[in-house]
Structures are given as C-alpha cells and as structure tokens.
Design a protein around this ligand. Sequence first.
Ligand code: ARG
Length: 499
Amino acid sequence: MGYRLARRLALGTATFVAATLTISALGSAVAAPVATGAARLGASTPRIVNGDDPAPGDLPFLVALLDAYDFEDEGAFQAQFCGGALTTSTTVVTAAHCVVDDETGAVTPPEDVLVGFTRNLKAPSVRTGRVSAIQVHPSYDSEEVTFDIAVLTLAEPVLDITPILPMRPTDAPALTAAGALATVAGWGKLSATKDNFPDIFKVGRLRIFPNESCGGGAKFIIGGITFDGFGSGAAAVESMLCAAGVTANQKIIDSCQGDSGGPLVGGEGAAMRLIGLVSWGEDCAITKPGVYARVAAMADFLISTNALVSVAPILAPTIDLTVLNTALRVNFKVADDGSVPSSYTANATDPTTGQVFTCTGQPRVDLQYPFCTITQLMNNTSYSVTASISNSLGTSPMSTAVTGTPLGVPTPGAIRKVWSSYDRTIAVVVRRSFANDAPITSTTLSCAPINGGPARTTPVRGDWAILKKLRPTYYSCVIIATNALGSAASAPKLIRVTR
Ligand code: ARG
C-alpha cells in the first residue's frame, strides 16, 4: 500500500481542493510522484499563505499527520500530508478528507499514519506517535465535504502536551460569531502558485465570516478587502465555518493545501477552543474565505469517540423567563461543569390545579442561551417554573423556581433590517407584532441616543419606519406594540447614525 500525499499533489487550483487532498490508496499513484519530486526540489517547507512564524510554545496541540512509509524513507517533511489537533491525551482530531479515499470511501488503516509532535518537520529527530484507530464522522460526505471530521486514537497516551478543548454547543457563540478573531496553523503551502512548504508551521490570524457569507452568498469586508461569500450550493453553515484574514498591507491570509485537518482556534487563555478544522477552499488566498469544519456541530461524534470528555451535568441551570401570550419562554444559562448537555427541560406548575406543563429544547450552536417555550398556559396566571439539563450520562438537579405570568400583550415585533442610517436618518424594516388578546392600538419605532438625550419616536407605517434629523451618534432602537393589555418591546438594535 502506498499513498499520494497531499503535499505532493498540491499543484492545481481545483475548486474543491478537499477532494484532491485526500490521501488516496496507492493504486492511483500514477503521475503524482513525478510532479511531487520535482516540485519539492529546493523547497524549504510547507505553510499558511501570508502567515506568521509562531511564538515559542504557541499551539502545542498542533500535530502533523505523517505517511508512515514516507516517514521511514524520506523523513517528516516529505511525509506530512495534513494537520490535526490533540484534544485529549489519546485523541487527535483532523479532517475526514485527510483519512478517507474519496474514490473508494475507504478509511486509511491506522498503521499507515503516524502523528508527528514537532514544530519543525526537518528537526534532526521528530517525535511520533502510533495510531490505533481512525473513526470518521457518520455524516461525512466527500462530495459536499460536509461533516469533514475524523478522530485518530493514539496507541500510547501523550501526557506532556496540553491538549485543546473542542468547542462545545454550550461554549459562548461569540467564539464563532461574525468578525471574531481566530488562529489557523499548519505546514501547508506558503503560496497558492508555488509548491513551497515551510519546515516550521505557520500561523494565520483570521476573522470568522457571517453565516450569510458562508452559504448565503453575501460579501464580507475585512481590512478594506471585499470577499465574495460562498453561496448555498457550495457551503453549509450547519457543518462549516468560513474565515479569512488580511495583513496590515492588505495581503489575504488563508490556509492552503497541506493545512487540511489542522486547527482553527478561537478565544483566549482558558476559553481557547478548537472551533474549526481546515477543510476546503477555492484556490488559496483569493477573495473567497477558507472553509473549516464547524467543531461545535460535531460534539456528539467527538464524545462518542472520546475526543471530547463529557460527564453527567452536576450543576443546576439558572433560568430566566420571557413572558409571552399563553406561554413562557425559558432561557437557560448553564455553568461549565464539564458536561455537554443534550437537552434542556422546564416545567411550569399551575398554582391552583397543580397541573404541570413541560417543554424540552435542544442545544443551539447559534445562540448564547438555549431555550424552550412552555405553551398552552393561561394569561394573567402566575406559574412556578423549574428546569434541568440532561445528557446520556444523567440529569442535573432542578434549578431554583422562577415565577412567570403569561400576558395577552402583543408578541414583541422586531427590527428586521436597517435600511439606512446615514444622512442623519434611520429607516428600518419592521416585523410587526401579533395582537394576542386585544387588537393592537399602536406600533412605534423608538430610538434613544445611547449617550443620553431624548428618545425619538415615530409610528410604524406598513412595515416601515423612518426617523430624520437625528444626531450623528449611536442610537438604541426598539419597536413597541401596544394593546389594551399593555405594551411589548422588541429586542433593542444598536444603530450608528452618520451625516
Ligand atoms: N483541502 C486542503 C488540504 O487538504 C485545504 C485547503 C484549504 N484551502 C483554503 N483556501 N483555505 O490541505
């Protein structure tokens, strides 16, 4: 058995590079060696395009995946084909496409891969670890490159390297919110056009793209450069994240061939998490983002492969309530007790009849707080609500009780879109409220300068509202709907007015 190595193949500019980078079973070793050998002559090493050198001790959990046969014959530099991240003492997380033959679907035998624990692939002696099992995400699709994640189990535990914790659905969504900073690292190509690879890995500082640019086709601007997003036919945010960076002198920073499977890391210090894995892109460092496997969407797989340790929840959640018409929305805040919850349950007890109403919610990677909504309650009745969280290992204690009274006021509307906020004008598109128990008597837009000063209010007409002659400052705006039972305000939206 032999392999074509990603590094050797990384010549083309295929649209879905993921496909070309897979380690393929040897049968197809046709032309690859020629291209490779030649291309590598004189090359110093592989990396990220327009990246930086790491600081000493940076990213200790970054590992190189090495072809075991090439390692023996030619050393780590030639044998490296992908990156990975140590997430526990016995597990390395990488991209599925690094270890699946995209033609046959065969998973690489574990004995054919070595894990390299080194910064420098040309170090005189490179520490390696053997692999005892390779598991691929059950939903991995090599055509769509969805759920591009695999776990390598190490034959011997690694106890002297600090692993990185994979992002869990309970971690702050800010880690992967639009504009968040993240770091990618690897030994992949240094330039899209040349087959130039680094000895010591490179790091790139990237910004996370909004979901609308990663499957919704929207453009995104970073550091003065406008990036085209990927449309719905290409990227799918359920299992992918898009990211790219721009240097101070406006060069695009991107991962590239040979970086696949390597970590995209978000957060700082104790909150640092593995948020993505280098997966695919169009060419490298053009005005399209690189695409990463979204780790927070893979928690179940990571737990089942022991790459993420979960325990039974031991701490009760704290809850707060959003009052709705004949319903109460229960928002969960979970303390980090090391558990990865799989469901959120709340009960509302009717004080007079003792009848209990229940709801159950699922983890949401896109929201700060998971929630569930208890329905079929009576308006103007006070309910006592308690809640717990569960996973396959157990259920937390019950939260302290919170009381809530469903009301027949309108449901809150929303500012759907800010149409304009320049020329001292705010124009917004509104989602209107539902009347609930009594007809709505007024719907208004109300904007208050955040640094103080009087609020300005105007009626919503149709689904529009416009305020003119504002001050050039930040305003906090809400939509307020009123009926005979009271008023309901939308979530506030911060809008910057310019001249
Ligand atoms: N699939 C590539 C690999 O196997 C990674 C490509 C990433 N491309 C990008 N433009 N970010 O190494």
